[in-house]
Design a protein around this ligand. Structure first.
Ligand SMILES: Nc1ncnc2c1ncn2[C@@H]1O[C@H](COP(=O)(O)OP(=O)(O)OP(=O)(O)O)[C@@H](O)[C@H]1O
Length: 283
């Protein structure tokens, strides 16, 4: 049975903001005999910046695809309420190779102001003057900037990002972190960012989740003011807590997770044997 899927914008009374940008209840996704999402519950408030960590294969992209409406086979008696205005961003920028940068950003937009808004979005991401370039003429970082412009010009209430900086070099990545946070502060969409990078999650998000065995195992609010310095001992504490929850810090057994949130999502998975440690979380 497909999960009941609803649109939050239909729910609140006129003039009232929705209570959440995303609300998932008891989501189940099975591939063959394997259960990837196992009765997962998740709520993301409007304007909340949330990062989602989890071992490789834990179901992060599966969850994102379900939220984006790209997977109709999420099953169970679950419920999935998502705001109408959702934008997506991926590791590969997915710009159309045969369309110039401006046309990529404006694709599907209608109305008299579409071109002007797209130009403004390109300016915002630092690509003023590159609107007539072809995607292949942009660097990887520039392509991600264009993808961000394309996402933001739609004024999303929920931005879903699946490892958007995963393919970038370290310096470009740092710049993109700054840009994303700056754009977030300006536009305030809710964000669900899937990443393998614990530092990226702690640096950018106000709340970090860890997906484990089909459910949220950790729900950790990050109580640090921006900008966040990675050498700040409190930053390192958050990082260590999350690494322990991911089982990536041998000898670093997870203690109580510093969180103010109520159950159900506060279980911390036991650390596995080092041989089981996912490569991408060992930094
Ligand atoms: N279309 C599919 N058919 C069968 N199995 C699938 C399909 N898509 C995903 N899976 C399986 O579901 C599990 C979760 O995959 P998913 O891509 O959501 O993980 P992930 O946490 O995003 O992984 P990674 O961090 O490596 O990107 C994996 O075991 C994967 O093999």
């Amino acid at each position: 049975m497909a999960a009941h899927r609803d649109r939050l914008t239909a729910a609140p009374a006129p003039g009232q903001a929705p209570a959440s940008a995303l609300r998932a209840e008891a989501l189940v996704r099975r591939y063959g005999g394997r259960t990837v999402l196992d009765g997962l519950d998740l709520t993301v408030a409007p304007g909340e910046f949330t990062a989602l960590l989890g071992r490789s294969g834990s179901g992060k992209s599966t969850l994102l695809r379900a939220v984006a409406g790209l997977d109709r086979d999420v099953a169970g008696s679950g419920r999935l309420d998502v705001t109408d205005r959702v934008s997506l961003s991926f590791q590969d920028s997915r710009l159309l190779p045969w369309a110039r940068v401006l046309d990529n950003v404006a694709l599907g937009l209608t109305g008299a102001g579409a071109r002007r808004r797209s130009l403004t979005a390109l300016e915002e991401v630092g690509l003023a003057g590159r609107e007539r370039a072809w995607p292949h003429e942009l660097s990887g970082g520039e392509q991600q900037r264009a993808a961000l412009a394309r996402a933001l010009v739609r004024e999303p209430e929920l931005l879903l990002a699946d490892e958007p900086f995963g393919a970038l070099d370290a310096l470009t990545r740092i710049r993109m972190h700054d840009l994303l946070r700056e754009l977030y502060e300006r536009h305030r969409p809710a964000v669900l960012l899937v990443t393998h990078d614990v530092d990226e999650a702690v640096e950018l998000a106000d709340r970090v989740l860890v997906l484990d065995r089909g459910r949220l195992a950790v729900d950790l609010p990050i109580g640090l003011p921006a900008p966040r310095a990675r050498r700040d001992p409190r930053f390192q504490e958050y990082r260590d807590t999350l690494l322990a929850a991911l089982g990536a810090a041998p000898g670093h057994r997870a203690g109580p997770v510093p969180t103010a949130r109520p159950a159900p999502a506060h279980r911390v998975a036991p650390a596995p044997a080092p041989a089981d440690t996912p490569e991408e979380t060992r930094r």
